[in-house]
Design a protein around this ligand. Structure first.
Ligand code: F6P
Length: 357
């Protein structure tokens, strides 16, 4: 008999349900008896003992369903060891609930912050297996996270739609793409939709270079320019600031986000009419794309195999087209950035895409 607890933590994404279904279906298909407890709203459920015992029918029909049947919440790692407003020791509470239910393992689905806490629980002696979710694809130790490809599809579709209206009105259009501190989503959606300029945090931009790219297009007869901007994009000057100085700059900024600042500067330098579109959380919503359904199911299935084999303390990831197990201590606390010298960036440049550098 295996008793597993499961939770989804942090910002949601597509295919969380597909991944959980993959874990449970695989376990239920094995010779082992299995009991599944779903903690509600991420680590909060584990801290406060909010859970539901789940049956096989809970996992039926959820392969295509976005969001998470367990709910999610952000429980920041940096305050996880602080007592809550009532003085509760959160780490102790999580351990107590784990032992009270006599669990063999916790299956934790999450991104960066989630993995730091998962690793802490591992160090505290709990059996943990994790699955890499996030539309940002910034999790260290895996080439790909589930949710990413679905978000690429949505952001791509958004930029595709912008193309036609940009052309009609002869405008410069900025589409701001999510991705937190990294540019994976913007780079991929930008290339997939034929963006003319792609701005990502890993390659700080120079507004003059952006203006040059716009003017060059105009000179060559193009009626419009499409710029895919990562929400974490940063100028060359700002990249020189300390983290604290930059955070202050953002806090004091009159612009709602970096795209509006870039739009304003482009207007000043080129005189072009500029519009900004922010698809925002739509990028995390809706049904997972077929790729993510398959990918998350495979990861879930391999996670179940680890549990059945009694192998704990791993994230199930994807490296060089193989599903692999990665020790949690190797994953926790690190980000996976786009390498400015990687072949995909070089190829994008060869295709004529400007990165504003
Ligand atoms: O990590 C996923 C993500 O969607 C990021 O791309 C984005 O920066 C952030 O979450 C938004 O967070 P929230 O949903 O808390 O507004």
């Amino acid at each position: 008999m295996k008793r597993i607890g499961m939770l989804t933590s942090g910002g949601d994404c597509q295919a969380l349900n597909a991944a959980m279904r993959g874990v449970v279906k695989t376990m239920m298909n094995s010779d082992e008896e299995v009991e599944v407890y779903g903690f509600l709203d991420g680590y909060r459920g584990l801290i406060y003992g909010n859970y539901r015992m789940l049956q096989s029918q809970d996992f039926s029909g959820i392969l295509t369903k976005g969001g998470t049947i367990l709910g999610s919440s952000r429980t920041p790692f940096k305050t996880i060891t602080d007592p809550d407003e009532n003085g509760l020791d959160k780490v102790k509470a999580m351990k107590q609930n784990y032992y009270k239910l006599n669990l063999d393992c916790l299956v934790i689905l999450g991104g960066n912050g989630t993995h730091k806490t998962a690793n802490l629980l591992r160090k505290e002696g709990l059996n943990v297996v994790t699955l890499p979710k996030t539309i940002d694809n910034d999790l260290y130790g895996t080439d790909m996270t589930f949710g990413f490809q679905s978000a690429v599809d949505i952001a791509t579709n958004c930029i595709d739609c912008i193309h036609t209206t940009a052309s009609s009105h002869s405008r410069v259009f900025i589409v701001e793409v999510m991705g937190h501190k990294v540019g994976w989503l913007t780079l991929n959606a930008g290339m997939a939709s034929g963006a003319d300029i792609i701005l990502i945090p890993e390659i700080p931009y120079d507004i003059k270079k952006i203006a040059d790219a716009i003017n060059k297009r105009k000179k060559n007869g193009s009626r419009f320019t499409i710029i895919a901007v990562a929400e974490g994009a940063i100028s060359k000057e700002d990249a020189k600031l300390s983290k604290k100085e930059y955070q202050k700059k953002l806090k004091d900024s009159k612009y709602p986000s970096i795209s509006y600042e870039i739009a304003d500067k482009i207007k000043q330098v080129t005189g072009e009419e500029v519009r900004v579109t922010v698809p925002g959380h739509t990028q995390r919503g809706g049904s997972p794309c077929p790729y993510d359904r398959v990918f998350a199911s495979r990861l879930g299935s391999e996670a179940a195999k680890l549990i059945l084999d009694g192998e704990y303390g791993f994230m199930v990831g994807y490296k060089n087209r193989e599903i692999v197990k990665v020790p949690l201590e190797e994953v926790a606390g690190k980000l996976k950035y786009v390498d400015p010298d990687s072949s995909i960036v070089k190829e994008a440049k060869m295709l004529g895409i400007s990165f504003g550098d």
